[in-house]
Design a protein around this ligand. Sequence first.
Ligand code: ACM
Length: 716
Amino acid sequence: MKHFAPGAARSTTTYLPVSSPAARQGPGARAAQCGATLALLLLLALLGPGPAAAQPSPLLPQPAELRWGTGRLALGAPLQLQITAPAAPDPAVRPAALRALGRLPGPGRAPKTAGPVLQIRYGRAGQPARPGPDEERYSLRVTPDGVLIDAPTGLGVLRALATLEQLPRTENGRAYLPEADILDRPRFAWRGLLLDAARHFLPVAVIKRNLDGMAAVKLNVLHWHLCDDQGFRVESKLLPRLQQVGGATGYYTQAQVREVVAYAAARGIRVVPEFDLPGHAGALVASYPRLASNDSVRAVPVRWGVLNIAIDPTRETTYAVLDSLLTEMAGLFPDPYFHVGGDENDGRQWRHNPRIVAFMRDKKMVKAGTADAVDKHQLQTYFNRRVLALLAARGKTMVGWDEILGPDLPPAVAIQSWRGAKGLNEAVRLGHPALLSNGYYLDLLHPAADLYAADPLPAGTPLDAAQQALVLGGEAAMWSEFADSALVDARVWPRAAAVAERLWSPQATAQDVPALYRRLALVSDQLETLGLRHRRAPAQLLQQLAPPGALGPLATLAGMLEPVKDYKRHFQGFVYTTQTPLSRLVDAAPAESDAARQFGAVVDSVLAGLAAPVRPPAAARQRLALRAQLLRWQANDAALQPMLLASPALREYAPLSTRLGALATVLLERLAQLETNRPALPVWQVTARATLADAQLPAGQAELAVVKAARRLAGL
Ligand code: ACM
């Protein structure tokens, strides 16, 4: 938070069966082989979908082009790795291939006989920070004989390996890869995830496991938010009070930063640091009071909110400090982009300082048509130009949030729009490269379907081709006021994967929301095996919270809850500081309740079944399942209610359990009405309306996620 405001070139790859002599002999034999392969593809297309195709795709993001064959590659023996590398190999490729092989299911020990081959060919090392249309392109072909990955760059190989890791299936306990032919490339070159290590410090292990998650879904930029009011998180040798004071609750040593950057690079992920300036400067100012615009900040702030603490842009000493800071940090982060924030400074500290106001008047930083009404935006632009010069001298491209946009901002600055698609469009019209984050704020806790719907270049975009070319992509953003190092994974995953698909897959193929959810469930499994803790951590919190014998019913209730959305947690009479434990039931509740979504799907199919002229045979079964579910909710409340009331930590959630039980009672009545074609009498409607209204009320900063579906069933 912050935040209280509202095609690349088609592949020319030839497909070679992995075991063919042509594959080993190189380009001379390739043309003939190509014809044969095309004929094979044509045949596959004519034959139509085979058995493998009958199963829906597990891949997320969806590849640009995917064709299933009918064969299988059994994973009874480990694949043998063969890499055809250029003279200057990409150091990321072999380790990534070995990791992928280690993650494929199959026998753990190498068998006596050599298994089929995983053959990898690529043309040059990847250049992640200078992406062209070919940079991440790849082809991946699985035949019964082996796997062939072919890519212009090592980065493309990494993306192909991520796809390969999602392909295995199991039948009767035997793992195999389905025959498949994939041509793939990203829609956008910049596909980011912002992790906020300033509000709650996120140890290196947390960052690394999230990098593994990012690589699995082909996100390629970690936007590391390292400095905000509540913390400065990087060791500085030149300005050590930054970590001694600003980082007293946790910071990364420079060695750890290098370790993370290397870990990311090995996964084809860039790291763009953000040092938020001139606002969000509480930790900076507490560390070095000479930066301050007034003397109001005596310590690193511990409250959340937009504090409007800004450094003083009028003094040369400020730029001397920034020169040291940016020199040191620019050297630590090799990526050519460097983010300087720029958001949420309303200029109040500047306006209240007569010396700063005099500076603005002297420099004619006044609102148009006035003699002396100072304009903070002009002062911020002055500041931005000074910072831009410091960064440009160090070879960095500056990135800032959309507040910094204005006619005087040099177009070389890239703009990240968090306030709306309008900011993105304005930025590119003014010639800035731009990124979209509006719509992708994970901490607003909106469902994956909503994240998926946001698009940097939606159908009907008003931008022309040249402007569209300036749209680099987008970033999911996880501000961490309400996510600590234990729970942040659960607020990021699996929803961030929906953003990953939006930014990678062709717009036309990434439209099917039920298919997205089906694949999110698979990715969610995959991510837990990669070490993410989005399921384990909330489950552990539930275990800690549950009185003896209550875990089952408590988990049922928690699964039906979601935390209040948007930034309502700031505004419900609870006072949070950086030290407030995030250990209530609301913190164990999922960002998006799967159980509630599944309930909604059952309700919709029951309603469709009842509305059909001839009731389908499955409809009676669905009604039975729905009835059983509602009876379970009633029983759950009966079992849980006394335990909630007896527990000081859980008592605040007792009303939600009561309301879930009451909702179940009303819905059981409604179901009986529908099944027997009885109308909903007015007196029933009055009670039902009151029950639904009650069910919508939050308690303990959580709310029942089933109310919308309940309204549909109730017809109210
Ligand atoms: C922001 O959310 N203030 C960038």
